[in-house]
Design a protein around this ligand. Structure first.
Ligand SMILES: [Mg+2]
Length: 419
């Protein structure tokens, strides 16, 4: 059934292996072949040697060192990772103009139009891996398939340092024996629920049927998993840098600004842009901070979110992190302009499709009373409430608590009594 849907395997999912840890091993030969943990408090990344000992990303550092006492712990060097990421993405874009970045170290590449010019997708994937190793010094795994989802599953199966092509005629053979955890969006909680129903493989998911999945996991995750297990993934590769973006900036003059003051100004900009997103029924994936320094140099920093959103909180978090990272430079050179753009805009319908792929959001929402679900619901509800109040009483009628917390000098907004 999967084979007669038509279409060729022309989507590459390219994913650097143990990215931060690989950069450390590249730059320090002493670390090669040894278990490496990046980050002391929480493990930001770990080498495959550490993974083999049972260490996982996001694990508590103390726990990781207990599991793997011989591990070498190194501090994160974000500039080095960011430079490596840029180098790798330059190779991606040199391979095809259709690159959709998912994070600093992974992207989808559509190479269908290139076949007659430069070879088959498999040839292109092999050459890409060779170039990333030769030119950037990093191992990268590539999955090749007819759909994004299958390409991503393929790279996961092929890791580390692998290349795997899923032939369109053999999709079912490839996918159905895999464990449910391989499905994009299935994390520990969903996996546990599925196992409880005797569902262990993707084939079991397909057999269970859509209605049962929906009653077990809720509509979003249920439809999503059913679609994945039955090979319906119509999403195309969309180039990562969208021409569509919205932005706002503020000239600051020459006087020095405190971190708190900048934070408050930024919060106001975020709030305004996020509201415009919601008013337009749009979502964004990428948050871009623009700065002009006292010496007139400019810099742009961007962060791509795991999932598209129109909520203020995640946009605010990303913007604040970018600003915090730039604070040393701002301190040295002064700042004369602060701006923010939201890029990778899309309509709400697209977010619906992407939403269940965020396993944390999808799963924890399904868990009644889970703290993250509460947060997500609360913050979306807060967004809607604030939007509604502003629509009736004007933009200045109410501010967010986060803005207040940043600057005690701002007067406390008062909600109209009858609200
Ligand atoms: Mg990776």
């Amino acid at each position: 059934m999967s084979g007669d849907r038509g279409g060729a395997a022309t989507i590459l999912h390219a994913d650097l292996d143990a990215f931060y840890a690989s950069v450390e091993q590249r730059d320090d030969p002493d670390l090669r072949g040894r278990p490496v943990l990046v980050g002391g408090g929480v493990v930001l990344a770990c080498s495959y040697e550490a993974k083999r000992a049972g260490v996982r990303t996001a694990m508590n550092g103390r726990q990781a060192r207990a599991i793997c006492p011989e591990a070498v712990v190194v501090p994160a060097r974000m500039e080095a990772y960011s430079a490596a990421s840029k180098d790798v993405f330059a190779i991606f874009r040199d391979t095809t103009p259709l690159v959709e970045g998912l994070s600093v170290d992974e992207a989808f590449l559509e190479v269908g139009g290139l076949a007659r010019l430069v070879g088959t997708p498999k040839d292109i994937a092999a050459r890409l891996r060779g170039r990333v190793l030769a030119e950037v010094g990093l191992p990268i795994t590539v999955g090749v398939a007819r759909t994004k989802f299958l390409a991503k599953v393929a790279s996961g199966v092929a890791k580390p340092d692998g290349l795997l092509v899923v032939d369109p005629d053999r999709e079912r053979e490839f996918l159905h024996p895999l464990r449910v955890e391989r499905l994009w969006g299935v994390g520990a909680v969903t996996a546990r629920k599925l196992h409880g129903m005797g569902v262990h493989t993707v084939a079991d998911v397909a057999t269970l049927g859509e209605q049962a999945l929906v009653s077990l996991l809720g509509p979003a995750a249920g439809h999503h998993l059913h679609a994945l297990a039955t090979f319906s993934d119509p999403r195309r590769v969309t180039p990562g840098v969208s021409r569509r973006s919205i932005g706002s900036q503020r000239a600051l003059g020459n006087r020095r600004r405190s971190a708190e003051e900048l934070d408050t100004i930024l919060a106001g900009i975020v709030d305004r842009l996020a509201r415009r997103l919601r008013e337009g029924g749009r979502t964004c994936r990428t948050v871009v901070l623009r700065l002009r320094f006292g010496d007139f140099t400019r810099v742009t920093r961007s962060h791509t979110l795991r999932t598209a959103t129109s909520r203020t909180d995640p946009i605010d978090d990303a913007a604040r992190t970018l600003l915090a990272e730039a604070m040393p430079t701002i301190h040295d050179r002064g700042i004369t302009l602060l701006g923010l753009s939201l890029a990778n805009l899309d309509g709400e319908g697209r977010e619906q499709l992407e939403l269940p792929l965020a396993e944390d959001a999808g799963e924890r929402t399904a868990l009644a009373g889970g703290p993250a679900a509460e947060d997500t619901r609360d913050s979306a509800a807060l967004d809607r409430a604030l939007d509604a109040v502003r629509a009736r009483f004007g933009a200045a009628s109410v501010g967010r608590a986060t803005q207040l917390g940043r600057d005690p000098g701002i007067s406390v907004p008062v909600l109209p009594e009858h609200e």
